[in-house]
Design a protein. Structure first.
Length: 329
């Protein structure tokens, strides 16, 4: 085992980040929301090899961190030790008399599998063991792009997005296209003179293909990363087959709406298309749909909904199955 991080429960994440930044003389390097645990985490390097400080704040009034802070207030929450084989360590620790709080490891922040030990078996200290895991999501999408298995990829800009871009006159807008895939909308915007377009995708393959297809596009505006951990401020975010690509869990969709709002400047807009088709319950069959009523439930806490209506200019196979939305922060 080796120390991975020290976890600190906080009530106000931005205030705690500011405090630790002033203490250490450096800012946090990563924020990440773990919807399944109802927390947002913020990581600082601790100056000791790979050890880190993790600030943990509750999202809403659910989950153990909310209960912890409500009962005890902010403070030291846990010590985390990284292991090479978490299941083997769980068996070893259980055999040695330590009380595990779970039978199987769960997905935690920082791309880790985690398991917690009860404090009564560790001298009053909550202990986490964790194992780094390969980024399966990146591999999943990289394989799909290489093999051409993205069934909703049109091969050209979606007409509703294209028509919206054609109406814009301010070519300096800072635009983000998350989960962009082959990013035909970004290519079109670039060709129309929008110079501040940023393309974000978790997989390297589509970004590399885009750069080959549009060689004069700035490399610094092609971003490989996780949308839910991305930081920045934009005037406009374009949604085109990103929302439909990840499993349609309510907590993930709520996290999507919140993250979209956090990435937009005041007055900024989220504009795009959402599939208006019933969910089937098949968590592997993409693209995932939903309903206008469901989407409004996610968006209204964060946005003024200018419009969310059936698109009038969808391609023929999607006619009647797409909602076009303009949401303003």
């Amino acid at each position: 085992m080796r120390l991975d991080h020290i976890g600190i429960a906080v009530a106000d994440l931005p205030a705690a980040e500011d405090l630790i930044a002033r203490l250490l003389g450096r800012t946090h390097y990563k924020r990440e929301t773990v919807a399944s645990q109802h927390v947002t985490t913020s990581f600082f390097t601790a100056g000791n090899h790979d050890a880190k400080l993790e600030l943990v704040a509750a999202e809403g009034e659910q989950g153990p961190i909310h209960k912890y802070v409500e009962k005890r207030g902010p403070g030291l929450h846990h010590l985390a030790f990284e292991v090479d084989d978490i299941r083997a360590e769980m068996r070893r620790l259980a055999a040695d008399g330590f009380e595990l709080l779970q039978d199987e490891p769960t997905k935690g922040a920082d791309n880790k599998l985690v398991c917690f030990l009860h404090p009564r078996s560790t001298n009053g200290v909550l202990v986490e063991i964790c194992q780094s895991v390969k980024d399966d999501l990146e591999d999943f999408w990289a394989t799909r792009y290489v093999e051409g298995r993205t069934g909703w990829d049109l091969g050209y800009p979606s007409p509703p997005i294209k028509e919206y871009l054609d109406q814009l006159t301010d070519k300096s807008l800072r635009i983000l296209i998350p989960g962009a895939g082959n990013a035909y909308e970004a290519e079109y915007a670039w060709e129309k003179g929008f110079t501040n377009v940023h393309v974000l995708d978790v997989a390297e393959a589509p970004l590399r293909a885009f750069k080959q297809r549009v060689p004069d596009f700035p490399a610094g505006q092609l971003i490989k990363g996780d949308f839910f951990a991305h930081e920045g401020r934009y005037d406009l975010i374009l949604e085109q087959t990103f929302f439909c690509s990840f499993p349609p869990l309510p907590e993930t969709r709520r996290a999507y709406a919140k993250q979209m709002a956090s990435l937009l400047r005041p007055g900024g807009k989220l504009v795009g298309l959402w599939f208006d088709v019933p969910l089937t319950g098949d968590m592997e069959k993409r693209p995932f749909g939903g309903s206008k009523e469901e989407y409004l439930g996610y968006f209204r806490p964060y946005f003024q909904v200018k419009t969310l209506e059936r698109a009038h200019n969808s391609i023929k196979p999607r006619a009647g199955n797409e909602l076009f939305g303009i949401l303003q922060r």
